[in-house]
Each structure stands twice: as structure tokens, then as C-alpha cells.
Design a protein around this ligand. Sequence first.
Ligand code: PEP
Length: 266
Amino acid sequence: MDRKFWLGTGWKMNKTRAEGRAYAEALQAVPDLQQLPMQLFVLPPFTALAEVAASLAGSGVLVGAQNCHWASAGAWTGEISAPQIAECGAALVELGHSERRAHFGETDVAINAKVKAVLAAGLRPLVCVGETAEERALDAATVTVARQARMALAGVAAADLDRVLLAYEPVWAIGEGGTPASPDYADAIHGALKNAVMDLHGRSVPVLYGGSVNAANALALASQPEIDGLFVGRAAWTVEGLLGLARAITPIVEARPHAPDRADRN
Ligand code: PEP
């Protein structure tokens, strides 16, 4: 399994093209960007995707979309396909964020089709899973996230698993009013998720944690053995925020077993 550590941010429906470009240019200008021992990524809105990808070309920072359609082209008014995303210079596609599941009715079956479309386009899916507060109260977190992960990855070819990432994002931890998961709790769920993927495919995939990550909790979360990355919203919507997190976790990322080799970067 890929043991590099991941750190990235999804901007949701925020930032104009100019703001996105300014962020990308400021990040590209960080003198020691290429020395940071983790794989950075940024997920702008579709409107800024191509120019953020162009601004960050050669920086080692991966750029991705926040959703895509399962078809490669056709009569799907208002939708964007994985090949269209690839053409913008993206490398990643986030799928199944809880806001998309809750507000746009995205099902596990649809997410499975999207995962396959993203892989067919040569991109990496970053599949979000997470239990609601009600599911957690019923002690059903593991059941929920294992089901979501198994559904998302059902029928994925073994050779494609190398490109798959999961993000554990408990719904109760995300956004304004969210409560970050404790490092121990997140670590246990990550372990269960990896076991679920192992049962399905005979191997596992990296699992990132997301949900109210901030400067105060990033180090403790990144110190957990089963946490392979941090997927951040609000706290990384400025370059200073993203870099602050990167610098806070650098010592622990460098000390991890199988610390990332620069040559291993995408
Ligand atoms: C998210 O919405 O996926 C997220 C991680 O947001 P935040 O970090 O702002 O809680």
C-alpha cells in the first residue's frame, strides 16, 4: 500500500477564479514547497480547475475536482465528466462528500459508477465516507463506513486500487459547528475501513481523515498509525493555513515508518 502522507484541501463552492489563481501562485512561490515531506493537493471549484492546475504545474501539488459524472460524455445537462476533468490538468476527483450525499441524493451505487469513471479516465478517486451523528449514536459507525467503502469499490480492478484513496469524514465533524473526531476514534475507524477494503480486495488503500482539522489537532491526528493523510476544509482555505498544517505535521510525517521518498511522489 502507498504509505506516503497526504495533506490537501477542498474549497467547496468558494473562491473566484482570481482568488484561486492567487492561492495557487502563492503556494507555488513557497521556497521550500518541494521539500515538504507530504503529498499536497488542492480541490478548487470547476470554474478555477484549469487555471489552478496550470499555476501549480511542476510544483508537485496535485489538483483535483470535487465531483464528476459517471458517463464520459452525453446528454447530461450541467454535468462534468472525468475526461473533461482530466483535460483541465487534474489528477484527483473527490467523490461522495457527505454534502453531495445529503443535498444531491448521491447513492453508493452512483458513487461506485463515478469511481470507475474516474479510474477509466486515468485519475485518482478520493472517496469520502462517514457516519452521521445518529449512526454514531447507534454504534453503527463502522458498519456505515464499511458499507460505503465496499459499495464504492465493488468491482474495481485490482490493478486500479493503487490509485484509490478513501477519506473518513464523519458527518458530525465537518464544517461550522462540527466537532473533530478524537485521534483514537478516527484511528479505530480507519483501521476498520482498511479491513473492509482488505476483505473485499485482499489489500487496502490509504485513508485520509477529514472533519474540523485545524492547527491545534493536526499533529495528534497525523500521529495515528492508520491515518494516512489529512483532508482539510476551512483551516486550509488560505495558503498560510495549509502551510501551517504542513509545517505542524512535518516532524511526525518524517518519523513515520515508510516515510515518503521524494522519488515516490506523483
Ligand atoms: C469537509 O467539508 O470535507 C471538511 C473537511 O471541512 P472542514 O475541515 O471545514 O470541517
